[in-house]
Design a protein around this ligand. Structure first.
Ligand SMILES: [Zn+2]
Length: 199
């Protein structure tokens, strides 16, 4: 048990700045004032896997990272904001419904969170999208941190019929999923932008 902990600590110390790996970074939570980090940091194993995934993107395309390593202080502010947004969006929902949606979009209550290699608190999860050769974000159908059913990775796979723009979003989500899965990232089905890596 002691060894496992030490090993774990060693792993989480190897956080690297994803901007230094040539990815676009737009640290949203810094811009919102929820984080003091002006860039996005992840475990070195995650950064290396992303570099590999980038090779499978069309020429000139890149990833844009919105968030990766996150402190619990940032998470706390995020949850306060998400709760307010959910309450505004669904004024008729009771507390149970709000709490369920909160868990869907932010995970289990903070106190119950365990440090796993796959989550934001160890730099093992990345929130990202794809940008084209001009740095323009591909249309994925929603923005980052959308809190509706449209955020689900497979939303456009199930929806029928699709409008022209939705067909493009479906294609772009497929591209993201293809390159991320190819190098070992695992999706979070409720959020198309969230991918995690266990090593
Ligand atoms: Zn995430």
């Amino acid at each position: 048990m002691k060894n496992k902990k030490l090993k774990f600590k060693k792993v989480i110390l190897k956080l690297v700045d994803l901007a230094g790996y040539g990815f676009g970074v737009e640290p949203r939570y810094y811009f919102y004032g929820w984080s003091k980090m002006k860039s996005c940091f992840a475990r070195i194993s995650v950064a290396k896997r992303l570099l590999l995934a980038k090779k499978y993107l069309p020429k000139g395309y890149n990833f844009k990272i919105w968030d990766s390593f996150r402190t619990k202080a940032t998470e706390k502010l995020l949850r306060i904001s998400f709760r307010k947004r959910l309450e505004n969006l669904h004024p008729n929902w009771n507390e149970e419904k709000i709490r369920k949606a909160l868990i869907l979009f932010t995970g289990p209550p903070l106190l119950k969170i365990r440090l796993k290699l796959r989550n934001h608190f160890t730099g093992g999860a990345v929130d990202l999208t794809i940008v084209d050769e001009r740095g323009k974000e591909l249309d994925m159908g929603t923005d980052f941190d959308d809190i509706t059913e449209k955020a689900a990775l497979n939303y456009f796979e199930k929806k029928k019929p699709l409008k022209p723009l939705e067909k493009i979003a479906k294609k772009n989500r497929r591209l993201l999923a293809k390159v991320m899965k190819k190098v070992g990232f695992r999706p979070y089905l409720a959020e198309w932008w969230h991918w995690s890596y266990k090593r």
